[in-house]
Design a protein around this ligand. Structure first.
Ligand code: GLU
Length: 179
């Protein structure tokens, strides 16, 4: 369980988020990443220190007023670039960062695989965001309602933030038994 920083406001989101992630470095972590709405919903993530993420993004056009960042302490899947957070949903319209563990991720993953989903990482977290989007599509509901419904079905301790390409001013956060 590691660090989460999210920001929406008038400042440059990546500057606020990177600064926040640095303040959380003392907690220990193996990889870092950020998602920004900078012309699209874009994810930048790397194994290693926040300083490596900074080097990785230094030539990118990061102009954005909303975003979220994560330092990961791997529980599901080895520490590498693919397993680092954030993770996209199937359509790439949603992204998630997550601290904690989804204990019933395996049964949710089997169900989603049966429906044709493919996964880019080994994490419980990627399953979670696919599951949220699947609910949103099936129920034709708002994103916050889909997150709420998804949280009634997951078992575990978590803190999450979800962002959407289609809701440029919205950050959805939830927490249960995890800091
Ligand atoms: N279970 C998630 C993963 O392995 C989140 C780990 C964390 O809390 O950083 O990616």
């Amino acid at each position: 369980m590691c660090g989460i920083v999210a920001y929406v406001g008038h400042r440059q989101a990546h500057e606020v988020i990177i600064k926040g992630l640095k303040r959380l470095e003392y907690r220990g972590y193996d990889s870092t990443g950020i998602a920004l709405l900078n012309g699209g919903l874009n994810i930048y993530k790397k194994k290693g220190k926040v300083s490596e993420l900074e080097r990785f993004i230094k030539d990118e056009k990061l102009d954005s007023h909303i975003g979220m960042g994560h330092t990961r302490w791997a529980t599901h899947g080895e520490p590498n670039d693919e397993n680092a957070h954030p993770h996209y949903s199937a359509t790439k319209n949603l992204a998630i960062i997550h601290n904690g563990i989804i204990e019933n991720y395996s049964s949710l993953k089997h169900e989603l695989l049966r429906k044709g989903h493919t996964f880019l990482s080994e994490t419980d977290t990627e399953v979670f965001i696919h599951f949220i989007e699947d609910i949103q599509e099936n129920e034709q509901c708002s994103l916050d309602e889909a997150v709420r419904l998804a949280l009634t079905k997951v078992v575990g301790a978590y803190a999450i933030v979800v962002m959407s390409l289609n809701d440029p001013d919205l950050l959805i956060a939830a927490r249960k038994g995890s800091l």
